[in-house]
Design a protein around this ligand. Structure first.
Ligand SMILES: Cc1cc2nc3c(=O)[nH]c(=O)nc-3n(C[C@H](O)[C@H](O)[C@H](O)COP(=O)(O)OP(=O)(O)OC[C@H]3O[C@@H](n4cnc5c(N)ncnc54)[C@H](O)[C@@H]3O)c2cc1C
Length: 489
């Protein structure tokens, strides 16, 4: 007996497309629906069309096939683009790649008799209705049925600092830099713009604004810029000591130092250079940027070869830990480690330094404490210094998608004020509802898997997760088929 299961994929971006491809390749489902109000492969990360916005991970990590890390590179070659596997390419190219691979596997699904449709709507609720079946309630009032649900919904709304919240909707106030075109086009040139944040979306904002001839003041609580790298290789000759990593005590207040010792030992083994000699420790951000650019240009950033393995080992360790331990471990290490995990490509760092040297970009070491409009926007810091700007862009990250679990099901659209009971999510990413005897056939994947896998925020991780979950789904359906066959016999 062959089970013709319907699998619903909620969210049609990187993770959703990777899950779709794997489902088609394995033939696990007879019908696959992708439900997303934005359609396919239109995530904010990869749709910005400006070439200055580069991936911060190498070509080798952007494949949407879990068993072929060179697939994105092959796609680029087919487009006439000769990019090396460690190159950082414009993010918009990833969107074109996802769309093309999706279309190929959609055609393959049709050829193999797998039903498939894309539904343009948001899902509000997933409810178990009968043994092994789910009803999906959509925002437009319609419903869908499925035997398994893969939740690939990414992050939620942008985070707006409390300083800006009272001014949302006022002229010159932008809650997020994405999508990039609309807000950028509304500025008169040359404007002076305050960008809040100093990580990747703040750097996107700087590149876009300065590229359009504006002046930028970039302010963040830490005043620190990300590290600088020239690649994110998936394999390295010297590897981290897995046994020592596995023994790390996630509850130790010295966790960060223990982790650093493991990384330092392997980083030195790569070419004999100590970890200290691979990073610049200047307290002044511009001096540090200059120092880290010089190290990257000199090929001295050996630490970058260990990042992928470090993220993978941390993912395994964190997934196995209870939620409170996981949170404490992340708080202990995030500030220091995040700088390297989300380091920028050397090209981007060089551009930032040039903008600073030309006076087009200034850095402020703290967030303003007050913001008020008196003709222009006046941002005052805690020392009483006032900066006058025409516009303010919040580039301060995104909220996690809130999930609310009840015995009735899983709610996906939870307003921030609503008290929320997160579901239990196993290390295999499977959701359990309160009071239910067994886990549901509902899985959280990609960025949305943060309740079990908080380290996942890159393409290669999401693609691997999608592959693993589809294999588990296949095993689940085979078991159900066997049980049904036995019952008939
Ligand atoms: C600015 C930026 C740059 C980045 N650069 C890189 C990079 O260079 N390399 C890298 O590896 N990673 C990068 N990332 C991380 C990257 O975004 C993630 O790895 C990847 O997008 C995860 O994809 P996802 O499918 O899980 O989520 P998303 O891409 O966020 O997609 C979620 C999808 O779900 C849909 N959705 C949400 N809620 C619902 C609902 N209720 N019903 C139906 N559909 C819904 C949304 O419309 C969206 O299409 C970057 C992220 C950002 C923000």
């Amino acid at each position: 007996m062959t089970r013709r299961a319907t699998v619903a994929i909620i969210g049609g971006s990187v993770t959703g497309v990777a899950a779709f491809i794997k489902l088609v390749r394995t033939g696990v489902a007879g019908c696959i629906e992708i439900i997303d109000p934005e359609g396919l492969a239109d995530s904010i990360a990869f749709t910005a069309s400006q070439d200055a916005l580069l991936c911060n991970t190498s070509v080798q990590t952007m494949s949407v096939l879990d068993d072929d890390m060179h697939d994105f590179q092959h796609y680029l070659r087919a487009q006439g683009i000769d990019a090396g596997e460690q190159a950082f390419v414009p993010r918009a190219w990833v969107s074109g790649y996802l769309k093309q691979r999706y279309a190929e596997y959609r055609d393959l699904a049709e050829a193999r008799g797998i039903e498939h449709r894309v539904v343009r709507a948001a899902v509000r609720h997933i409810k178990p209705v009968a043994h092994g079946e789910y009803r999906l309630e959509l925002e437009d009032g319609s419903q869908r049925s499925a035997s398994a649900v893969l939740v690939c919904t990414g992050s939620a709304a942008p985070f707006v600092p409390p300083l800006v919240t009272p001014h949302l909707g006022a002229p010159g106030i932008f809650a997020t830099p994405y999508p990039t075109r609309s807000w950028l086009a509304s500025l008169t040139r040359p404007s002076r713009v305050l960008v809040l944040g100093s990580r990747l979306s703040a750097i996107d904002s700087v590149l876009l604004l300065c590229g359009a001839g504006h002046q930028v003041l970039m302010a963040s609580p830490s005043g620190r810029l990300p590290g600088v790298r020239t690649g994110t290789p998936r394999r390295c000759t010297a590897s981290l000591d897995e046994a020592r990593f596995a023994r790390l005590d996630l509850e130790s207040p010295k966790l960060y130092w223990h982790l650093l010792r493991i990384v330092a030992r392997s980083a030195k083994a790569i070419s004999g250079r100590s970890l200290r000699a691979q990073i610049d420790r200047s307290a002044e951000p511009v001096q540090r940027l200059r120092g880290e650019i010089a190290l990257a240009e000199g090929g001295a950033t050996d630490w970058q070869n260990l990042l992928v393995q470090c993220m993978d080992l941390a993912d395994i360790k964190l997934r196995a830990a209870p939620p409170a331990v996981r949170l404490a471990a992340l708080q202990n290490c995030w500030e220091a480690v995040g700088r390297y995990l989300f380091a920028v490509p050397l090209q981007t760092a060089t551009t930032l330094l040039r903008l600073i040297d030309q006076g087009q970009l200034q850095l402020a070491p703290q967030l303003p404490t007050t913001l008020e409009r008196q003709g222009k926007w006046q941002a005052r810091d805690r020392h009483g210094r006032v900066e006058v700007v025409d516009a303010v862009v919040c580039a301060t990250g995104f909220h996690k998608q809130p999930f609310h679990a009840t015995p009735d099901g899983l709610a996906l659209h939870v307003t921030p004020a609503t008290p929320c009971t997160p579901p239990e999510v196993s290390a295999q990413l499977q959701v359990s509802l309160p009071g239910a005897g067994a886990p549901e056939n509902i899985w959280l994947l990609g960025v949305a898997s943060y309740l079990a896998a908080p380290m996942v925020n890159s393409v290669y991780q999401s693609v691997r997760q999608a592959g693993e979950v589809v294999v588990m789904l296949g095993e689940h359906f085979s078991l159900m088929d066997e049980q049904a066959t036995e019952a008939v016999a």
